[in-house]
Design a binder for this molecule. Structure first.
Ligand SMILES: Cc1cc2nc3c(=O)[nH]c(=O)nc-3n(C[C@H](O)[C@H](O)[C@H](O)COP(=O)(O)OP(=O)(O)OC[C@H]3O[C@@H](n4cnc5c(N)ncnc54)[C@H](O)[C@@H]3O)c2cc1C
Length: 402
């Protein structure tokens, strides 16, 4: 599926090391007035040694206006690149006791702040793990083990229960020299080893595990379950190492019974997907309370909530929560929309807000009485006075009453 890295950064998507917004500076923008604007030191011209090097420039930092701003079309940007580390591994932690989720998140926050796991660690609930792995597991069982269609769902369930029996599992990365990685893993174990089962994986380990277990698949159910899990995990582990994958879309297509469709045809499937993604403080106890309440709201509409908690910055995290429904069923669509609205209302009732908003949420999230949004509108008249660029997206749709 084609999505743009720049679009993701401009919408403040989640990157590998933190918010993708922090990887981007020095924008070239065509404003709604048709003027070409270069932010930071790119205003000095592309030949300036500072143009692609100094992220701030001199004077007001205009860059921020073009993230979730829609004041102009960004036509190019500087992207910070890092050298590939000598060694990088994925670290998975399976929380043994669901009641320790707050402690678990606080431990991951500490590791983030200390720079031990400086990237974004993703903590998924069982529904998310299931959604991420079932298509890979089922395909392995069907193709490599010859499991018949009628037995596939039950066998895949058994395999998943063998390899991922816990409610919350995290996946993050550790990178550096071999000695740094070894020391970091020891520190992760020291902080969280008491409450979570730690597994370290890299390409070589996954390949060796698969070579060992795959030949045993028809002799030993445990080997079969683990070989299936490895084949499901490989694309996700590759993603952490910079190899693009369509796995997230493939999983949805599989879930909606159309695994044969190419990823770019997701829209042609019946898959309905609504995200409600709150920004949250980095405080385990508070996060648990919100997640539990959101699950209860979703359950009231007959929905299971798919949740990932991303340890994104040293002070905050973002949750990705989504609802899945059949887009061909008008009642299911209406119910999912009502559920999404109830979830957002719950968040607002406790002083929280989403960190990215769907286009259909704008009338709710943008308040014409709020001086913040009135200022956002005033800036629109500076950069895009005819309201040409994505009207109403992250802004008022029209001039507010005086
Ligand atoms: C199954 C699934 C899983 C996903 N998982 C993740 C995830 O893990 N992490 C994550 O961060 N996202 C995730 N996403 C969201 C998706 O990756 C982003 O929406 C996508 O990267 C944004 O790219 P786009 O081309 O769709 O941008 P668009 O939706 O076209 O644009 C995003 C925003 O940026 C603005 N914009 C885009 N291009 C420009 C430009 N050149 N100049 C000015 N403004 C611009 C748009 O107006 C809009 O406000 C997921 C989506 C799906 C469907």
């Amino acid at each position: 599926m084609d999505t743009s890295i720049l679009g993701n950064a401009l919408d403040r998507g989640v990157g590998y090391l933190g918010p993708r917004r922090e990887d981007v500076f020095g924008l070239e923008v065509v404003t709604g007035r048709g003027e070409l604007l270069r932010t930071g030191f790119r205003r000095l011209g592309e030949d300036s040694p500072l143009a692609h090097a100094h992220p701030y420039g001199l004077g007001p930092m205009l860059d921020g206006l073009f993230f979730q701003g829609n004041y102009g079309i960004v036509t190019s940007a500087c992207l910070k690149l890092l050298p590939r580390p000598a060694r990088s591994v994925a670290v998975s932690l399976a929380l043994r006791d669901v009641s320790k989720l707050g402690e678990f998140l606080d431990g991951l926050a500490l590791l983030k702040r200390l720079g031990v796991m400086s990237g974004v660690t993703h903590v998924g609930n069982q529904a998310r793990t299931r959604a991420s792995m079932m298509s890979g597991i089922s395909e392995y069982l069907r193709i490599s083990c010859g499991v018949a269609e009628r037995d596939l769902a039950a066998e895949a369930d058994r395999a998943l229960a063998t390899v991922a029996p816990y409610e919350w599992t995290s996946l993050g990365g550790v990178a550096g020299s071999a000695a740094q990685v070894k020391a970091a893993i020891a520190e992760v174990r020291r902080v969280l080893g008491g409450i979570a089962k730690l597994t370290v994986v890299d390409d070589a380990k996954l390949a060796a595990g698969f070579r060992l277990l795959n030949p045993l698949r028809n002799l030993w159910p445990w080997a079969r379950a683990n070989a299936a899990a490895i084949s499901a995990i490989r694309p996700l582990q590759g993603l952490a190492d910079g190899r693009p994958t369509d796995a997230a879309i493939t999983n949805l297509l599989w879930r909606y019974g159309q695994p044969q469709l190419p990823a770019r045809e997701l829209d042609a499937s019946g898959c309905g997907l609504i995200f409600i993604n709150p920004a949250l403080p980095m405080a385990g106890g508070a996060v648990v309370k919100v997640v539990d309440a959101m699950k209860a709201v979703a359950a009231g509409f007959g929905h299971e909530l798919y949740v990932t908690l991303n340890i994104e910055t040293t002070t905050s995290l973002v949750a990705v929560a989504n609802l899945l429904f059949d887009r061909g069923d008008a009642a299911a669509v209406a119910n999912a929309r009502a559920c999404a609205r109830a979830l957002w209302e719950y968040l607002r009732s406790c002083g929280l807000e989403v960190y990215r908003a769907r286009a259909d949420m704008m009338e709710d999230v943008v308040d014409p009485q709020d001086s913040f949004w009135r200022t956002a509108w005033a800036l629109k008249s500076v950069f895009d006075p005819d309201n040409l660029i994505a009207p109403g997206r992250y802004n008022l749709a029209r001039a507010p009453d005086a």
